[in-house]
Design a protein around this ligand. Structure first.
Ligand code: ZN
Length: 200
């Protein structure tokens, strides 16, 4: 029998499904929530639901957004001839923090990773190809997937797919440590990696 009542056990189990939350942390969070005033728990629950229901994917770049197209895609001051392809919405936030880049994005929501059962159809590659076919503005696609084996394989695959269309395809330089995630790069390193990008 569980040491906890069914509702507490359920809360611990659900919290434990979140990334980076082990069983011990899930227990700590659960008891913290149980000790919170009911009104605060309601605010937290509402914030979760509101964020989830009002957030959709931008039909153009596939980033999370409240409005479609997202503020970046609909900004006429941005350079609409350049698309930076990233793995996830966190990477867009990282690039925007750098303030060096003024083009558009495309969020793949993952990388090709057969070992982890992520096939080419599970990431937003088809959406990128359709986007490139329907918009004639694109002159360069910068591939900024993480410098891991999966990120490299995805970059190579995309380059092979896009180059025949006569669009310049570049890869951010390997100024970032091998195997590292974009989101952990400091602004200077990331900015240098962008500037020193090479053509496929
Ligand atoms: Zn967008």
């Amino acid at each position: 029998m569980s040491r906890y009542s069914p509702s507490v056990a359920k809360l611990i189990s659900e919290l434990g499904k979140l990334p980076g939350v082990g069983h011990k942390s899930a227990q700590r969070l659960a008891f913290h929530i149980l000790a919170m005033p009911e009104e605060e728990v309601k605010t937290l629950a509402d914030a979760l639901m509101t964020a989830r229901t009002s957030t959709k994917l931008c039909a153009i770049c596939q980033n999370f957004t409240d409005q479609d197209p997202c503020p970046i895609c609909s900004d006429p001051k941005r350079d609409h001839s350049t698309i930076c392809v990233v793995e996830n919405p966190r990477d867009v936030a990282t690039m925007e923090r750098m303030r060096d880049y003024n083009g558009l994005y495309h969020v793949l929501h993952g990388v090709y990773s057969p070992l982890n059962n992520v096939g080419l159809d599970e990431i937003k590659i088809r959406e990128l190809i359709t986007r490139l076919q329907t918009s004639t503005e694109t002159k360069e696609v910068i591939i900024a997937t993480n410098q891991t084996a999966e990120g490299e394989a995805t970059a190579m695959y995309l380059a092979r797919l896009i180059k025949p269309a006569g669009i310049k395809v570049t890869r951010i330089a390997s100024g970032l440590p091998m195997g590292s995630d974009l989101e952990y790069a400091d602004d200077v390193t990331l900015s240098k990696a962008m500037q020193a990008r090479h053509e496929f």
